[in-house]
Design a protein around this ligand. Structure first.
Ligand code: GLN
Length: 545
């Protein structure tokens, strides 16, 4: 099979939404029956984003194969059916780490190791390996053209047109066309400059996608086409929209997919975007609205919770309600009390690391549990639900996680290596795994208990969900906790670890050790989020009024 490559670069400013455009375009090509994948190349030096604070770069998206990746991979999985993996994201740091490893091993046999060809070759290998078996590979280059750090990536993609043949490569450049209100005009000059910058490194874009607050007038598109040496029909106007799920339709209506198929000489059927039209329809025609409070500590940058926010919105679509998400700083709950929670229809505590804001989150869980407010806890949100229950219901006053209090009396959450039996012996898991001091990452099996809320929602006994955490519920304290009314309704495949807990006496209280948000899509939603939003709607109708 011939693989065709579409390289997507960005110019003028950052944050133009390259990831969303790449995902939307891939969605149309997939709807034309093409086998599509997307690769994100990130110019920063970190080996992967797993170590970057979520407030700097947004959430770390975890793939099924356990890679910690850029949040754009989340957009890709929400737009296309192809699943992402470690091959779909690569940073400068990763490339250099691999090249340096080979250099130390003597693989280069005495050659001087240089950016060109060694680094650029490694980048090209990453792209071609990630694209094996696909008809069209979209490659998104992070950053903005003109950045020093993205130069090796741009050089590598420039070379690919020479290596592969121009007929199998295409360059799409995403730019900003600003509207100057005082002059009442849109301005094309920044786009011209950005293309000039690309040309100076040897890349002539085939398509320009112009982001703007309004539709770019035809005359301005013509002007851009002429100055930038691009076909008129390849200048696409992409105005700001209220829903990202409108973008596939907007690109198709301007013939972008036809232009691409013609360029690659692909004879494939028209795209049927019915599923996307349905998503847009559901979004535009809600029958109600509700407020979900998300209590976390990375609230300064909502992108830190991107997949959770999207999953809540998807669940809103499936229930035909608009979900408003109140991002609440857990430290505000600590300083100002729980008043802020009183008008909410449901409460969610997402994943997180470290001590800051833990007390506020525990007050939040207690409020939700005692006041019958629907509660969904994710990862840390489950660990805290168990700690809160142990403290306030089982009266283990010093119950905690060893992440926050290593010497606590009741380590109800701890690293596996810290679990002790009543004689003080360390309990070891028999099965070999990467637990204990390292992250448990990626897709793992979970068995659900019959007739539990989780089982009813998923409709099957065995599920697969993605993990990213170090600590686990300590089984040695479970007996007392269960006797006091907390039910474990999901266990790991080997039955050793707690994956889901519920409080059956509460209208809807469920928490999971895994991250369901990573597998929610606008077309299908996710059973836990759908059930949670249904419960919020019930709570709004029955309890609040
Ligand atoms: N800090 C907790 C752990 O490492 C929870 C992690 C998370 O919420 N992703 O287990």
């Amino acid at each position: 099979m011939t693989t065709n490559y579409i390289f997507i670069t960005g110019g003028v400013v950052s944050s133009l939404g390259k990831g969303i455009v790449a995902g939307s375009l891939a969605a149309i090509l997939e709807a034309r029956g093409l086998l599509v994948t997307i690769i994100k190349l990130d110019p920063y030096i970190n080996v992967d984003p797993g170590t970057i604070s979520p407030t700097q770069h947004g959430e770390v998206f975890v793939t099924g194969d356990g890679a910690e990746t850029d949040l754009d991979l989340g957009h890709y999985e929400r737009f296309i059916r192809t699943r992402m993996g470690r091959r779909n994201n690569c940073t400068t740091g990763r490339i250099y780490a691999d090249v340096l490893h080979k250099e130390r091993r003597g693989d280069y046999q005495g050659a001087t190791v240089q950016v060109i060809p060694h680094i650029t070759n490694a980048i090209k290998e990453q792209i071609t390996e990630g694209g094996v078996g696909y008809g069209v590979v979209l490659v998104e280059i992070g950053g903005t053209v003109g950045d020093i750090e993205s130069l090796p990536f741009l050089e590598a993609i420039r070379q690919m047109a020479v290596d592969l043949d121009r007929a199998h490569t295409m360059y799409i450049h995403l730019t900003l066309v600003p509207y100057l209100a005082v002059a009442g005009e849109v301005k094309t000059k920044p786009t011209q400059h950005s293309v000039k910058e690309l040309l100076s490194i040897g890349i002539q874009p085939d398509v320009l996608i112009c982001r703007s607050t309004f539709s770019v007038p035809v005359n301005e598109c013509r002007k851009i086409a002429r100055f930038c040496n691009v076909a008129e029909k390849a200048v696409i106007s992409l105005k700001d929209v209220d829903s990202i799920y409108k973008i596939p339709g907007m690109l198709k209506s301007q013939g972008l997919d036809d232009y691409i198929c013609k360029h690659f000489n692909l004879h494939v059927p028209e795209a049927d975007l019915g599923e996307w039209e349905q998503v847009v329809y559901e979004e535009a025609n809600p029958c109600g609205e509700l407020h979900v409070g998300m209590v976390g500590k990375y609230v300064a940058l909502p992108d830190a919770y991107k997949s959770v926010i999207e999953a809540l919105k998807h669940a809103g679509l499936k229930n035909r309600v608009t979900v408003h998400i109140d991002l609440i700083d857990s430290q505000d709950i600590e300083s100002r009390g729980i008043d802020r929670l009183k008008d909410l229809d449901a409460i969610l505590i997402p994943g997180g690391f470290g001590c800051r804001g833990i007390h506020g989150k525990l007050l939040t869980v207690q409020y939700a549990r005692e006041n019958q407010v629907p509660y969904l806890g994710i990862c840390l949100g489950m660990q805290l639900a168990v700690i809160e229950f142990a403290r306030n219901v089982v009266h283990m006053a010093d119950a905690n996680s060893t992440e926050f209090s290593p010497a606590c009396q009741y380590p109800v959450v701890a690293l596996i290596t810290e679990w002790h039996d009543s004689q003080g012996n360390i309990i070891q898991r028999t099965e070999q795994s990467n637990l204990g001091g390292t992250m448990r990452l990626g897709s793992q099996q979970c068995q659900l208990t019959h007739h539990s809320l989780a089982h009813n929602l998923y409709g099957s006994k065995m599920i697969i969900e993605r993990h990213r955490h170090r600590y686990e519920i300590n089984k040695n304290f479970l007996k007392q906790i269960k006797e006091a009314g907390l039910r474990v309704t999901g266990h790991s495949g080997d039955n050793q670890l707690v994956e889901i807990i519920e409080i059956p006496s509460h209208p809807w209280f469920l928490a999971c050790q895994f991250h369901p948000e990573f597998t929610s899509t606008p077309r299908d939603g996710h059973p836990l989020f759908i059930g949670f939003i249904q419960a919020a709607f019930r709570y709004q109708k029955n309890f609040k009024k």
